[in-house]
Design a binder for this molecule. Structure first.
Ligand SMILES: Nc1ncnc2c1ncn2[C@@H]1O[C@H](COP(=O)(O)OP(=O)(O)OP(=O)(O)O)[C@@H](O)[C@H]1O
Length: 367
């Protein structure tokens, strides 16, 4: 068990009522502005005290209102990374990093400076002051400072929200390494689907102060009903794959998964590495026969698992490709024209561009 929350709390007119458990390495708290994500993180971190309920993490009970338990925040050993890095301006990077360690008893310090510096790629910045760092570099130092306090749990509250797209892209691989190479579980607040798809092992979806759904990322990403109108186009399947070859002549990489083989634009990742790809539901075409003479390179065969449609224009079709579920969003008219029904063998056609670099990421290793 990583984190277990079952609380009720009132903040002015806002009522928060959340219950979930997650054993994931990186649990994303995802939801629109005002849904209660930050309040939840503040309750876990001990900055807020719930009216009622229980919060435990890594086997330790932090709050249990019934039993009269409330562990104050400085005793929880929880690391915080905020949207703004909040570094000490008068200290250089090395001193900012060391500061994180002072509050941890010697015997409980499990991360050494060299390892954290290497993990976050900040070795060349150690003598600089924060004013001489880019936004992304500052945030990496802030993460390092939090890690060096050897936290039991790391809370990251929209750590990329203040950065532009280029800085976000620069910092994401470091958060992936943090997730995969340290033992510290992470609770990560975001309202970005791209961040959820890329970074999260598990997702808690918040809406209006309540948990609308929670579960593994692949499951949640297929729940288009959880997304807003603007976000729906971003929803789809998240598939963990392995790089099986690079085709230098066409600048492509070949990825393998239970669903079959796909070709994506060339990755710098070595053969054998895990990558996670996102296949947006809107980018999947369904064919009832294996298509020929098509420019799309990726054709996965499977069977229709289910179709959900209301009276609207669109239908969501789940295709079971040898155990890997691929979601397609097509028109209800196409569903009818192709006589689609559960059990019917079909081909899911995915344009290669759907696997563009921005959507291709190092995979979550199994728990
Ligand atoms: N101390 C407080 N007193 C009264 N209302 C509060 C207090 N703190 C938060 N709220 C309200 O609780 C609701 C949830 O806020 P919260 O910051 O947790 O949402 P959020 O999902 O993190 O939003 P965002 O993505 O914009 O940061 C908001 O309506 C906010 O106005």
């Amino acid at each position: 068990m990583t984190v277990a929350v079952d609380i009720k709390n009132r903040l002015g007119d806002f009522s928060l009522e959340a219950r979930f458990e997650s054993a994931g390495r990186l649990t994303a708290l995802f939801g629109p502005s005002g849904s209660g994500k930050t309040s939840l993180v503040n309750l876990i971190g001990g900055l807020l005290r719930p009216d009622q309920g229980r919060i435990a993490a890594e086997g330790r009970v932090f709050v249990d209102t019934q039993a009269g338990v409330f562990v104050p925040k400085h005793k929880r050993r929880i690391g915080y990374v905020f949207q703004e890095p909040r570094l000490f301006p008068h200290l250089n990077v090395r001193s900012n990093l060391s500061y994180g360690r002072w509050f941890t008893p010697k015997g409980e310090r499990h991360d050494d400076m060299g390892r954290v510096v290497e993990l976050l790629g900040i070795g060349h910045l150690l003598d600089r002051r924060p004013s001489h760092l880019s936004g992304g570099e500052k945030q990496r130092v802030a993460i390092g400072r939090a890690l060096l306090a050897s936290p039991r749990l790391l809370l990251m509250d929209e750590p990329l929200a203040a950065l532009d797209d280029a800085r976000k892209a620069e910092i994401m691989p470091y958060i992936e390494r943090l997730r995969d190479e340290t033992k510290t579980p992470i609770v990560y607040v975001t309202h970005s689907i791209a961040e959820v798809a890329r970074l999260a092992s598990d997702v808690v979806v918040m809406a209006g102060g309540k948990v609308a759904a929670h579960g593994p990322t692949a499951e949640i990403m297929q729940r288009l009903d959880l997304l807003s109108e603007e976000e729906i186009g971003e929803g789809g399947s998240v598939v963990d794959m392995t790089v099986s070859a690079h085709d230098e002549s066409f600048g492509m990489s070949v990825l393998h998964s239970a669903a079959g083989e796909v070709r994506v634009s060339g990755l710098g990742t070595p053969v054998g590495a895990s990558v996670r790809v996102r296949i947006r539901a809107r980018d999947v075409i369904i064919a009832t026969e294996r298509p020929r003479g098509l420019s799309a390179l990726n054709i996965l065969s499977g069977k229709i698992a289910s179709i959900s449609s209301g009276n609207g224009t669109l239908a969501d079709v789940l295709i079971d490709c040898s155990g890997q579920i691929i979601l397609a969003r097509i028109t209800r008219q196409s569903c009818h024209a192709l006589a689609l029904e559960p059990g019917k063998p079909v081909f899911a056609v995915v344009k290669t561009v759907s696997f563009d670099r921005a959507n291709t990421m190092s995979g979550v290793k199994p728990g």
